[in-house]
Write a protein that binds this ligand. Structure first.
Ligand SMILES: [Zn+2]
Length: 152
């Protein structure tokens, strides 16, 4: 999925769920983390990049563990240090990264429980009209659910 669509879909889902613009911004920042960690394909080393594409940087267990570690620390009365607002930023970064991975799983395979075992479906090709259509559909569903108060 293209970055603009990751940003839009993640932002809409988190805003629909939280009604909080700051949390939305934190998650949108996290929504580009997996691809940023992976790096950009260069002309000279395209096949090297391709072999690492959607590898450990797209492993959801990393972000889930980080989310859980932050939650555990913030909820632990014996914690030596609490991060306060930074903890919330970190958690929503992780949520954004997890949504990025879920969104990538709609257009190819991503790691799941093990970094080497990938799952996903190929509903569309990245950058295709269908990708934009699917993103608009997700936004419309979130809007419909929010407006009708059915969920969130
Ligand atoms: Zn990605």
């Amino acid at each position: 999925m293209k970055w603009i669509n990751h940003e839009v879909v993640t932002g809409v889902i988190v805003y629909a769920a939280t009604d909080d613009l700051l949390l939305t911004i934190y998650s949108m920042a996290g929504a580009i983390v997996p691809d940023k960690l992976e790096g950009m394909p260069g002309n000279a080393d395209y096949w090297s990049w391709r072999s690492r594409h959607r590898g450990w940087s797209h492993w959801p267990v990393l972000y889930a563990l980080l989310y859980g570690l932050i939650a555990w620390n913030e909820g632990n009365p014996d914690a030596a240090f609490r991060f306060g607002e930074l903890a919330q930023i970190g958690q929503y970064f992780c949520i954004g990264a997890l949504l990025h991975i879920a969104e990538d799983a709609l257009c190819g395979k991503v790691p799941f429980l093990l970094p080497s075992r990938k799952i996903g479906v190929k509903l569309f090709k990245v950058g295709s009209f269908t990708e934009y259509f699917v993103c608009i559909a997700i936004v419309a569903v979130c809007y419909g659910l929010k407006v009708n108060g059915w969920i969130f």
